[in-house]
Ligand binder design. Structure first.
Ligand code: URA
Length: 259
């Protein structure tokens, strides 16, 4: 599994007991970590969700009203019946999300591809196989304390990135999923998912190495598995991000036990 991630021999964090959250500096510029994994702890800074553009705000407020009190069955039906944006007309089926509905871990991708569109489940193609290996690298398994979802529930044509209005229409569903799941850590896979969740327009490099927050939930940004398939040399950085997420999770468990 580590060989598949191009991470053999195994990387070990030098000081696993160091606190993950170094500082709470809401509103300050992000810290970019370009340090080498073997000689430096990632600098983790807590950032809060940025305000969104007014038009998205209006859409999001309307979306929040639509989804605010929905429980799982109604939310699934709302997604299944959704025609709010143009994506639904071009896809086979909606892809709601999969996994443990009380998971501590939430992984969020961009949107369904051809395989997901055909099967109705996120990350079931080649990128999904790599995601499963990434999960296994931190001893996680799809469906077992893990939930996997996408920013948009319908496949964008030709696998293009979802557009801003499509994201704005769909995001309330994911927001409600997050409210219902109440994960302890969110891992955003790739630039589109990260920017959509954080209300930003930033490079992935500038977002990595920081603990952001989606509402009150810590959020770690890492590479999309499809990108890692094209750029395998970046897998070591993804491993670094997963380790940071794992430390946050461990700290939360420690806090609960200590409290
Ligand atoms: N890429 C994504 O972002 N999501 C999927 O579900 C599959 C591929």
């Amino acid at each position: 599994m580590l060989r598949e991630l191009n991470l053999y021999p195994q990387w070990v964090l030098r000081n696993p007991s160091a606190p993950v959250v170094a500082a709470e500096r809401a509103g300050q510029p992000e810290t970019v970590n370009t340090g080498q994994i073997e000689n430096r702890e990632p600098e983790i800074v807590v950032m809060h969700e940025q305000p969104r553009a007014p038009s998205e705000e209006v859409q999001s407020a309307a979306g929040a009203r639509r989804t605010v009190s929905l429980q799982w069955p109604e939310l699934k039906k709302a997604v299944r019946d959704c025609t709010l944006c143009k994506l639904r007309a071009g896809c086979t089926q909606t892809v709601f999300g999969v996994g443990d509905e009380q998971a501590d871990w939430l992984f969020v991708g961009e949107g369904p591809g051809a395989d997901e569109d055909a099967l109705g489940e996120p990350f079931v193609g080649q990128a999904g196989k790599l995601l499963d290996n990434m999960l296994a690298a931190i001893r996680l398994k799809r469906g077992n304390n893990v939930y996997i979802a996408n920013i948009v529930k319908c496949r964008p044509p030709g696998n293009r990135a979802p557009e801003a209005d499509e994201i704005a229409s769909c995001l309330p569903y994911l927001r409600r999923q997050i409210e219902l799941i109440r994960p302890k850590v969110i891992v955003a896979l790739g630039k589109v998912a990260s920017n959509a969740l954080l209300g930003k327009d930033a490079t992935l490099a500038s977002l990595r190495g920081t603990t952001h927050r989606f509402q009150d939930t810590p959020l770690i940004v890492t590479y999309h598995p499809a990108y890692l398939l094209r750029s395998p040399s970046e897998k070591a950085k993804a491993w670094q991000d997963l380790c940071a997420a794992q430390k946050i999770m461990q700290e939360q468990h420690q806090t609960i036990v200590a409290g």
